[in-house]
Design a protein around this ligand. Structure first.
Ligand code: BYC
Length: 475
């Protein structure tokens, strides 16, 4: 295992002190990061002690250390998974050649763009979630929110390390710009669509961590295959942290569904849980439709020459390239992709390399379905017939071939006028949003207590009881 240096300003396992120039550059970026964190990080909790895990090494056993820490004092560090000895490029035109320790000149721009796009999502999500603490359903959930937030901050560090180390002056400028853009700001928005959407209630937060963080998982898996070894090693370690974020989303929705099922029984024949202060299942479905469709967009166009180039050049592979595929050049093969022609959907074969975004999206859809099945098992266990479903991938899209097509969640193509008229049958309306926010006006700071609209989790964090003081907040 690589040594971890924890007593410097920037914890790291990359032997930062041996490169004084790089160390100085990152130490200069650090105060800008902290200023950004104080301005755009969780509002109202920066002085609290939060029971957080901090990455202190990269081995499977001991990488996470749990303790109380004030968020601005969190030890954001730089951790790369250990190098695989003699690692070879696993796909594309350079298959079988040694991986790169430096950035080849001809791939510099493309790699920088991928790293900047990945990096931009990390602070964006913190910005989107910055007010949620003020309406937390429990101290347990408050702590999970902050855990997610500080780790997204660390993932920003991970990308900034690559920019500073391997991209010279351009990289340093990009690292500055990552702190300048703002989620939802029309003048300086974040790069990808979903990261400019407001996330103002906890149902959105759980959907975001389930669906949008899961895009993160698949993009990181694809980048972990990269021939640029430092990117591969960085993203491999990020995936370890990402797993908890998706757990927060999956169990969060499960707990909402569980509580709703209980309230439906209490409500009697009307089944009207809104009267009892619960989140009704049609509203859960609308938020699912919204965050899932925005997250599908994050995979880019179905047919993409960018994606083909990334694959050909070894910059970005497929998830689990070695385990799941037997052929790794993707040449002379095709992939059936939906096309929209003469007002109808038709499947057409396109060269596999050009369909790489769709290949990744397909794996993502299967993974999402697993979570939805779990939520439906909760409903089934209560004898409730309602089932949550993933909408068609044609529905509510802003990227790719479906971007200008009006389709229902069932995938039926309708006129734009009909779509607009029926929009709020499928997507949250202002009144749905207002209803959720009305449920979540009062934060719950009492240890062990839960808001009425959500069931408690099965267990606490890392062996702690549910009524543990996960955040010491002086209300
Ligand atoms: N919004 O060839 P196309 C995470 C742009 S999440 C706006 O179809 P390409 C996390 C695209 O950039 C994971 N623009 O797509 C989760 C291109 O622009 P240019 C983040 C979009 O290039 C939760 C144009 O449309 N990581 O980690 O094959 C919390 C045509 O592009 C969108 C990555 O995304 C969109 N949704 O692929 C915290 C990995 N989609 O070049 C963190 C790095 C596409 O014409 N990024 N465009 O100006 C990539 O691999 C690729 O850039 C994309 C797009 C998959 C995003």
């Amino acid at each position: 295992m690589s040594n971890v240096i924890n007593d410097t300003k920037i914890p790291n396992n990359v032997d930062l002190s041996s490169d004084k120039k790089l160390q100085r550059a990152l130490e200069q970026w650090q105060p800008s990061f902290l200023r950004w964190w104080m301005e755009m990080g969780p509002e109202g909790f920066q002085a609290d002690d939060v029971w957080l895990r901090t990455a202190i090494s990269v081995d499977a056993e001991g990488w996470a250390h749990f303790d109380y820490v004030k968020m601005p004092d969190y030890r954001w560090g730089i951790f790369l998974a250990d190098a695989t000895p003699d690692r070879k490029i696993g796909f594309g035109d350079n298959l079988g050649q040694p991986v790169w320790k430096e950035v080849p000149g001809e791939h510099r721009n493309a790699l920088r763009r991928l790293i900047v796009t990945q990096g931009d999502t990390e602070p964006a999500s913190v910005e989107q979630q910055r007010l949620l603490g003020q309406t937390c359903p429990s101290l347990y959930d408050l702590r999970n929110l902050f855990q997610v937030n500080v780790e997204e901050g660390r993932h920003l560090w991970a990308m900034v390390y690559l920019l500073h180390s391997y991209f010279g002056r351009d990289g340093r400028e990009e690292a500055e710009a990552l702190l300048q853009r703002r989620s939802g700001d029309p003048d300086k928005p974040r790069i990808l669509g979903a990261f400019n959407a407001p996330c103002l209630n906890w149902l959105s937060f759980f959907m975001f961590t389930f669906f949008t963080d899961r895009d993160g998982k698949f993009q990181l898996l694809a980048l972990a295959e990269s021939a640029f070894d430092p990117l591969s090693r960085t993203t491999r370690f990020m995936l370890t942290e990402e797993a908890h974020h998706m757990f927060v989303g999956e169990t969060g929705i499960s707990r909402v569904v569980e509580r709703t099922a209980q309230l439906m029984k209490e409500a009697g024949p009307s089944g009207d849980v809104r009267k009892l202060g619960g989140v009704d299942l049609p509203t859960v479905q609308k938020y699912l439709n919204y965050w899932y469709s925005l997250s599908l967009d994050l995979f880019g166009g179905e047919i993409s020459s960018n994606a083909a180039q990334f694959f050909a050049n070894g910059l970005k592979g497929r998830a689990h390239e070695e385990k799941e595929f037997t052929e790794h050049t993707a040449l002379g093969q095709s992939y059936a992709v939906d096309q929209f022609k003469d007002g109808a959907a038709v499947k057409e074969d396109v060269p596999l390399r050009n369909a790489m975004n769709e290949v990744l999206r397909d794996s993502y859809v299967v993974d999402c379905q697993r979570g939805v099945d779990k939520w439906n098992r909760v409903l089934e266990s209560h004898g409730i017939d309602f089932r949550l479903t993933l909408p068609s991938r044609r529905f509510h899209r802003h990227q790719g071939i479906w971007a200008d097509v009006a389709a229902t969640p069932g995938g039926e193509i309708v006129s734009r006028e009909e779509w607009n008229r029926r929009r709020h049958e499928w997507l949250p309306s202002e009144s749905d949003e207002a209803y959720l926010q009305s449920l979540m006006t009062k934060p719950i700071y009492e240890p062990g207590k839960m808001a009425n609209w959500i069931a408690p989790p099965a267990r606490g964090i890392k062996g702690q009881p549910l009524d543990f003081q996960y955040v010491r907040h002086d209300a």
